[in-house]
Ligand binder design. Structure first.
Ligand code: FAD
Length: 408
């Protein structure tokens, strides 16, 4: 099967078979359970930010692009669950007093310098609660010049490489002239793009009538996007980039363990009996992530000449911030929701990977330690973004079985 990419991944000492087995058996089931809990399923986002890059930007009228918001009960009696989130204070009140105090401290000296991503203002009246379980990432029908303009802008202007979606280059080719950091950057974005396209192929609208819609795997859609023959040889590289992204996100989870292990970290669920239980499941998952034997070595990045490395890191940050702003130009709201969440999650991953010193400096006992903080929005996006990539890796297995059944 063309989707059975095998062997060692470029730029890391890990093979895909190890990732498949580790993800599918150990990470995926536990992560799914965690993400279905109230703390992780409600995400606050501003889907109405104007596009900062172009003005001829229309709203998408596709029905599968609509996002079901958590509207007040009086307006929509069916959305009790979302109302519960609001009551739980799943966004603002989800932090213990100590953590909130620490966040205030942190905000004072957080001049965005450590961020790789633009964060929405969660206190803005435009920001709304979204129940991610009510709005699964799946096929929406968003395509054509609008979707291409987004991808093109990301690759061509914001991805360190001369690239056109009409004439893709292979950035892994030795003559691509990209240093390891820029190549890594491209691979993260390409991995994210692959994951989105795996999701839309795995949860495709197969049939629709007055009464119901049937969603499921569309093998030919998947083949069109990833088959070597049908993608001028690029499909398998894109799948490798997905695994690369997986490794980077897994590494960040392993590194952030001490932050969540602190007694001061309180996972507020609204039910005191559940708080400890949820924190326990979260830590269990992070310990599993840490136990992975072949972690990506991020110290290889930005390791050269100090001045050049600093400059490169700044470029990296600026470029990634720009990509997170491009997400406000995505016309399809459902795609915008998941695009924003995933870029924010990836931005949080980068913030973690490059805050090693601050994380290490965190004493175990102190309640208010502003040396490193994550907001709830960052935590929710971090785990949900990883959930998307983990699901994609799992879906590759499903597509492999479906393809082998077709051949038999
Ligand atoms: P596209 O996926 O649009 O790709 C454009 C070109 O980029 C390709 O021709 C190829 O040259 C290159 N390319 C493709 N994949 C990769 C890769 N992995 N790495 C490097 N280069 C690549 N659609 C949905 O149905 N549901 C969604 O949830 C959804 N979310 C989206 C989120 C965002 C942020 C964006 C920009 C788009 C989203 N889309 C979604 C649309 C979807 O990604 C495709 O753009 C759309 O299906 C059209 O696909 P296409 O075959 O024209 O190629």
């Amino acid at each position: 099967c063309f989707c059975q990419v095998t062997g060692t991944l470029d730029d890391c000492a890990c093979d895909v078979e190890t990732i498949d087995s580790f993800n599918n058996k150990e990470i995926f089931p536990k992560l799914q359970k965690l993400l279905s809990s109230d703390y992780f399923r409600f995400y606050k986002v501003n889907l109405n930010n104007p596009c900062p890059f172009w003005t001829d930007h229309s709203q998408c009228g596709l029905k599968y692009c609509a996002v079901k918001p958590c509207t007040p009960r009086a307006l929509n009696p069916d959305l009790e669950e979302c109302e519960k989130a609001e009551k739980l204070g799943a966004v603002n009140g989800s932090l213990s007093d100590e953590t909130r105090q620490a966040l205030q401290e942190w905000k004072k000296h957080d001049d965005e310098s450590d961020r790789f991503c633009m964060l929405d203002d969660v206190d803005s009246p435009e920001s709304q609660y979204v129940d991610l379980l009510l709005n699964p990432e799946r096929f929406t029908g968003y395509k054509g010049p609008e979707a291409w303009r987004i991808w093109n802008s990301i690759y061509e202007e914001n991805c360190f490489k001369p690239y056109s979606v009409k004439r893709p280059l292979n950035p892994l080719a030795s003559n691509s002239g990209l240093c390891v950091e820029k190549r890594a950057f491209f691979r993260l974005i390409s991995g994210l793009h692959a994951s989105i396209n795996i999701h839309l192929s795995a949860r495709y609208l197969l049939d629709e009538n007055w009464f119901e819609m049937k969603w499921g795997h569309n093998v030919s859609e998947f083949q069109l996007r990833f088959d070597k023959e049908l993608t001028e040889g690029e499909g398998p590289n894109r799948l490798r980039n997905l695994y690369f992204l997986y490794l980077i996100e897994l590494r960040a989870l392993a590194k952030i363990l001490p932050y969540f292990e602190r007694p001061a970290f309180h996972l507020y669920t609204g039910q005191p009996t559940e708080d400890n239980e949820k924190k326990k499941s979260l830590l269990e998952l992070l310990h599993i992530a840490k136990s992975f034997p072949l972690h990506f070595d991020e110290t290889a990045l930005f390791a050269g000449n100090k001045k050049e490395a600093m400059k490169l890191k700044e470029d990296f940050k600026l470029t990634f911030k720009n990509i997170s702003r491009v997400m406000d130009c995505v016309e399809c709201f459902k795609c915008r929701l998941w695009g924003k969440l995933q870029t924010q999650g990836l931005g949080t991953v980068l913030k973690i990977l490059f805050s090693e010193r601050q994380i290490e400096a965190m004493p175990n006992t102190s309640n208010t330690n502003p040396s490193f903080q994550l907001s709830r929005q960052e935590i929710v996006s971090l785990f949900n973004a990883f959930g998307r990539i983990s699901t994609s890796v799992r879906e590759l297995d499903n597509f492999r079985s479906l393809l082998s059944n077709i051949k038999q």
